[in-house]
Ligand binder design. Structure first.
Ligand code: GLU
Length: 353
């Protein structure tokens, strides 16, 4: 049922009023004409995660401040006049809301969160749909990571009952998926001694023995977990078996994933679920600007930056740019893909204003 909606049903609701009233990129064509810089924010997540470093790579790739060395003589090949900056945030839920309100020009978000926010479903059922959300590209898979200290004795999701467990901050996408996973195992947050601390804090508390486990949905290797595994005995809890199969059936955004042995020190290969990380913006951002931003993302020089910068950067590929998008493309991005003869499914066409 959800799968069918995901593929076909684009609810057409009026665009959020006043979006981007204060967005810096709103002045794009004028700034361009005057050759003055324009700032373009990319909302990410905690500095403990993967959005933050990958967002930084993308920011470098699309920036080309006035006076930069030209692209064809060794300079960056970003959008002329653009200065992109990453902003650390609570995560996907915060990001979709900030993008819809024009408080961020763009952001990274989990595919499931963007879909639910756009349609006003699931965790967003109580609020009007954020129908001005648009996609620029699908980026890379994020893994559902449930990290437990060996000392906690936690070996399965069911073992979390009565344990001290962080499900990440309100505003994170991690918290949304953590609740889905608990539910699939017949648990509610009330069954645990639940904490809602940031990933940075969760790592610190687990190291100090003040926390038994924490969820973190992020591209691997995740910086903070890598550091934790170097000085603390941790276990990655598998998300598998019948409850995981049911989640895969019910939620088209989830795919099977696994974390390779040794990716984190002394941690064996672990089966889990994954969800796409996507780059989104609002419909109100200028079409020409997003066209150029998309062009810069897929410029051949960007490949080198992404490959050298992070393991997940290597997975950001033109060939998977439209995979598992649950919201329509921005008009500027659509134009870019169409011009390159990419077959864009109807469902990804933005509604006509
Ligand atoms: N997926 C996480 C969230 O939306 C953020 C992961 C990251 O920062 O890499 O909460």
């Amino acid at each position: 049922m959800l799968r069918r909606q995901f593929l076909s049903g684009l609810a057409l609701a009026p665009l959020a009023a006043g979006a981007l009233g204060s967005g810096l990129a709103a002045g794009w064509p004028a700034a361009r004409a005057q050759d003055s810089p324009i700032f373009f924010r990319i909302g990410t997540g905690s500095t403990a995660g993967t959005y933050f470093p990958v967002g930084g790579l993308i920011a470098s790739a699309i920036s080309h401040p006035p006076g930069s060395r030209p692209c064809d003589s060794g300079g960056s090949c970003g959008v002329p006049g653009l200065i992109a900056v990453v902003q650390s945030t609570e995560g996907s839920v915060y990001n979709v809301q900030a993008v819809a309100k024009g408080q961020l020009e763009s952001a990274l978000s989990q595919a499931d969160v963007a879909y639910w926010a756009y349609h006003g479903e699931g965790p967003f059922a109580e609020q009007p749909p954020l129908s001005n959300l648009r996609a620029i590209a699908n980026l890379y898979p994020e893994s559902v990571q449930l990290v437990a200290s060996v000392a906690s004795g936690v070996r399965s999701v069911a073992d979390l009952a009565d344990k001290r467990v962080s499900i990440d901050l309100d505003g994170s996408g991690t918290q949304i998926d953590a609740k889905l996973i608990l539910k699939a195992w017949g648990l509610t947050p009330e069954d645990l001694d639940v904490r809602t601390v940031s990933a940075n804090e969760a790592v610190e508390q687990l190291r100090e023995g003040e926390l038994d486990a924490f969820f973190y949905v992020a591209g691997t290797p995740t910086t903070a977990i890598e550091a934790l595994a170097r000085d603390t005995s941790i276990r990655l809890v598998p998300i598998d078996g019948e409850p995981a199969e049911r989640l895969l059936e019910d939620y088209p955004f989830f795919a099977r994933g696994f974390i390779a042995a040794g990716l984190y020190r002394s941690v064996p290969s672990t089966v889990t679920l994954s969800v796409g990380a996507q780059w989104i913006c609002s419909a109100e951002i200028d079409e020409a600007l997003i066209y150029e931003v998309t062009t810069a993302l897929w410029h051949e020089n960007t490949r080198r930056l992404l490959d050298a910068g992070h393991q997940k950067g290597r997975l950001i590929a033109y060939g998977t740019a439209l995979n598992s998008l649950g919201i329509p493309l921005h008009r500027g991005a659509l134009r870019y893909y169409r011009e390159r003869r990419v077959i864009v499914p109807d469902v990804l066409e933005p509604p006509t204003p």
